[in-house]
Write a protein that binds this ligand. Structure first.
Ligand SMILES: Cc1ncc(COP(=O)(O)O)c(C=O)c1O
Length: 364
């Protein structure tokens, strides 16, 4: 069975081996070396020239929560641009944090419109703008991070990005583009096992993190100020999944050995190009509007009468684990992860098998 869900994803055998190399203390030199190797490699992948990377036990949700609680204090105003389920979830976290949230919403399948962002920023006085880089529920990539950062900064706001399923698959450059904070996780494009949320912030924000932590402390497990203190000695404040850190380091080494960030982005583009060309040839449609189809997660619409749970079951019988749609598209869309330690041939085979399964089920 090949794991082609929108995360977790297949991991390389070297990562699998690293995971099984025993448990060790998180207060040891072995751990400290691995932690800081992961941090340095992640900074390079994010093009973060001056800033911090926090490894937080948990998942993508933990990273998004930590980014929101760590950078913003109750009462501050946030403009959230929501294009699907994961944007909506982040808004719930912001409300739980006591933030004042204004939401711009786009119909599922559509990407962020910069004009709408520009207009909304003119009307309000925001501390932060939030958006999801790659909306996993709809297979939409918002490739406007540089422009969004410029707009936010022009209006005195910082830009927070959920790139849980985008980072290391869709291009993202923190320092050159001025993205202030990014939340991601190990189990998507990094092709490591689940277990760690990752928050990356620009150096300019460290003072804010300190201030927020003093005035409105987040829960200790997601308090970025605590992570910052321990980062100075290449550790985490609380017990991390040590073998996942070792696995992550191996996954990052593999990315670097294969040519680093640019090569990785090109690889994802090529996988996506081949996948969508097979889908298009079969006359199928994606939930994502054409110009915004994600290179990491494909959301394919099903013809009338074909239901996602049936497609998922049949795909699984044929050796491919995929996911159904989410929310209103739970039955009418299937989602396929194009990420992870698989070859392009596997991605193509999945696309072909999917078209055959859909055609077989529509004849029933
Ligand atoms: C864009 C996005 N944000 C947040 C999350 C939440 O991540 P997790 O399920 O690892 O908590 C996901 C998971 O799919 C995601 O795709």
């Amino acid at each position: 069975m090949v794991l082609l869900t929108p995360g977790p994803v297949e991991i390389h055998e070297r990562v699998l081996k690293a995971l099984s190399e025993g448990i060790f203390s998180h207060r040891s030199d072995t751990y400290r070396r691995l932690h800081c190797e992961a941090v340095e490699r992640l900074k390079r992948l994010a093009v973060l020239e001056d800033g911090s990377v926090y490894l937080i036990p948990g998942s993508g949700t933990t990273a998004v929560d930590a980014m929101i609680y760590g950078l913003l204090e109750p009462g501050e105003k946030v403009l959230a641009y929501v294009v699907g389920e994961f944007g909506a979830r982040a808004v719930n976290t912001m409300k739980a944090r006591g933030l004042q949230v204004d939401v711009i919403e786009e119909e599922w399948g559509r990407a962020v419109r910069l004009e709408r962002l520009r207009e909304a920023l003119e009307d309000g006085d925001y501390t932060a703008v939030f958006l999801v880089h790659n909306e996993t529920s709809t297979g939409v990539a918002n490739r406007v991070l540089r422009e969004a950062a410029e707009l936010a900064h022009r209006h005195g706001a910082i830009l927070l990005v959920d790139s849980v399923s985008g980072f290391a698959g869709e291009d993202l450059q923190m320092t050159p583009w001025g993205i202030d904070a990014v939340a991601t996780a190990t189990q998507k494009c990094l092709a490591a096992p689940p277990g760690l949320g990752i928050v990356m912030v620009r150096g300019e924000l460290l003072e804010r993190i300190e201030r927020v932590s003093e005035r409105a402390p987040p829960p200790p497990s997601i308090d970025l100020a605590r992570y910052e203190k321990f980062l100075a000695r290449c550790e985490t404040p609380f017990t991390p999944p040590v073998n996942v850190v070792r696995g992550l380091v191996e996954a990052l080494r593999l990315i670097d050995e294969a040519g680093g960030r640019e090569a990785r982005i090109r690889e994802q583009e090529e996988r996506a190009r081949r996948f969508y060309s097979i889908i298009d040839e079969a006359g199928l449609e994606t939930l994502a509007e054409r110009g915004a189809r994600s290179n990491t997660v494909a959301a394919v619409r099903l013809p009338e009468g074909v239901e996602a749970p049936d497609v998922k079951r049949r795909m699984s019988e044929l050796g491919f684990e995929i996911a159904t749609g989410m929310g209103p598209y739970r039955k009418s869309v299937v989602r396929i992860g194009l990420m992870g330690a698989v070859t392009i041939d596997v991605v193509e085979a999945a696309a072909r098998t999917l078209t055959e399964v859909i055609s077989e089920l529509s004849r029933r």
